[in-house]
Design a protein. Structure first.
Lengths: 343, 343
């Protein structure tokens, strides 16, 4: 079997999870990587046993030389459009990290660029690929909970209260004018859509709790689904949880429906309680390997499956524009202290 | 020592907690009770060892004959104004169950009636007297949590999903056009005010989950404090909790502040986690006796202390008008699907 040839762009904090997951997908060979800093590119290539490392200036030449089947964009949002243009022009399929781009207009341009070139574009939005959300969705699809009433997610990452918050891992977070909802909240907004369908109204209250950073690091968000159900996100990167590893499930989740409710704890334990019946533990697969229940691997596995079968991606660019539009609506709600309705 | 002479009005479901708590306050003697149904009045008098039982028609005569120091009004809201007028005219102090009255105008009339007559009026709003809320307030006052950031309460009573919901305990709930926020939510709104100060904006999403009743039985409410902090109430009487006794703490509570957070579980356990420090269990007194941590007793104890010292009530009528106005604002938010600001 001929392997899919991939190249990766980026060697920052999160890229390790993507390189590590590619190494566990036998149908894929990552043949090269590039990064703004060539030194860091070489380091990452050595670490992840990737044959060749390139400097950013050689991006076009790299694509021409390597002729990959796909490119995995793991660099910050402001770099995405440039890469998408180069890849699309060469007919190379794309996985692109979220946020797609810094502005909604640029997100649209990226999606449109891929569409016009006829290249496949999948957004690397991994939260919905966490195993507990897959299990919740399975329960909902099977009608176990009946009509969906509400989703409540509370996340407390506790990685943002120190004076030097984010410096070690994602230092650029400190200067983002829009931090929490743009970078982290959008994960949950997309997850809400995954679980409950389209959202038609939002109300938000954002706060900056750590004075050492520029953007907001805490938020309360209330979403109204087209179905009439409600989702609440109560979020902070400043305050802490009691989790041994706050970055395993990233929060507590409760879903209520007409027949009962399901709850996720901080260790990945899922319980189901049907009305009038005892609470029971749900037996489902979840693992401590990789990132947050190995969701990066699950997402990349889905990408490869679709590349090989020709089947549709779940995380298309078009679909993620909806999560992005919702995130933008959250900022509009914050600016006006009013409910914002979506078309 | 001369005991305070009290009379009680009402013999419905909740009155048992009030009678039982009076019996444990040595400075008080409940000398008589009255009820719409004289048979039920006699039954309750026998059960609670109260000397005399009266019919509702004899209310004025009862007050003239018994000459009580105070009257404890435990009847439904629509009866309160009549009683307050009779008691105020006779200079008798009043404890009045919440909701004060069915309409805001009538609430104002009640408070004004007592004020003009110069009689003391305390509202029986017992939630803020639950021992865990007292402990949380103590922590906040002591500066343990630093600046208040947010309060999150999730309540799932699970007593409202059956076809015969509320029939056994509080059957009139079934025909209330406004159920959850008017009857139950206002407890939490008052508790938010107790913990976080005045509230200047609300946004709500109400739902009727049980089709067999008239009013709403679930709600999401977001409150903005004057301080900038936020409170979220995610509530349902339809869906269930996992509590052995859902009517002990009535819900899960989390309070976040600049220095850390405190959490309440369904069994009354309070834990404190200061930033960067381990979670620790708080040792504070709470008891399974009486109603919800014996809050009715604590409230009545406060009433008696103030009656004897002449000191101010915490639960004045004037203060509870603010909680009532907030509850009314919630319904306006629901009607318009917009944020409502309060003066």
């Amino acid at each position: 079997m001929k392997k899919l040839r991939g190249i990766c762009l980026g060697a920052g904090y999160f890229s390790r999870f993507q390189y590590e997951a590619w190494a566990r997908i036998p149908e894929v060979e990552i043949v090269a990587l590039a990064n703004r800093s060539l030194d860091k590119a070489r380091e990452a290539a050595a670490l992840h046993r990737i044959p060749r490392a390139y400097a950013w200036a050689d991006l076009a030449a790299m694509l021409d030389a390597e002729k990959p089947d796909f490119v995995d964009i793991i660099t910050p949002p402001e770099t995405h459009l440039e890469v998408v243009r180069l890849a699309a022009a060469r007919g190379i399929a794309i996985i692109c990290q979220k946020p797609i781009a810094p502005t909604f207009a640029e997100c649209e341009t990226i999606v449109e660029t891929a569409r016009r070139a006829g290249v496949r574009l999948m957004i690397h939005e991994n939260f919905r690929w966490q195993p507990w959300y897959r299990e919740m969705r399975r329960l909902l699809d099977a009608g176990m909970l009946g009509e969906l009433f509400s989703i409540n997610i509370r996340t407390r990452l506790g990685d943002g209260w120190q004076d030097d918050a984010y410096l070690a891992r994602q230092p650029f977070f400190r200067t983002y004018p829009r931090l929490f909802c743009y970078e982290t909240g959008v994960h949950f907004l997309d997850t809400f859509r995954y679980l409950g369908g389209e959202i038609t109204s939002v109300y938000t209250r954002f706060q900056k709790r750590n004075p050492a950073i520029l953007g907001e690091d805490a938020a309360q968000i209330v979403c109204g689904f087209a179905s009439g159900a409600t989702a609440i996100l109560d979020a902070s990167r400043y305050n802490e949880s009691d989790a041994a590893d706050p970055r395993y499930t990233f929060g507590l989740v409760r879903i209520d429906g007409r027949k009962g409710h399901v709850e996720l704890d901080l260790a990945g334990k899922l319980t189901l309680k049907l009305l009038g019946q005892p609470t029971r533990l749900l037996d489902y697969p979840h693992t401590r390997g990789g990132f947050a229940g190995d969701c990066v691997h699950a997402l990349q596995r889905h990408f490869v499956d679709c590349m090989m079968s020709g089947g549709p991606f779940e995380n298309t660019g078009e679909d993620y524009l909806k999560s992005t539009a919702l995130m933008e609506a959250c900022y509009r709600s914050q600016a006006t202290n009013q409910v914002v309705t979506l078309p």
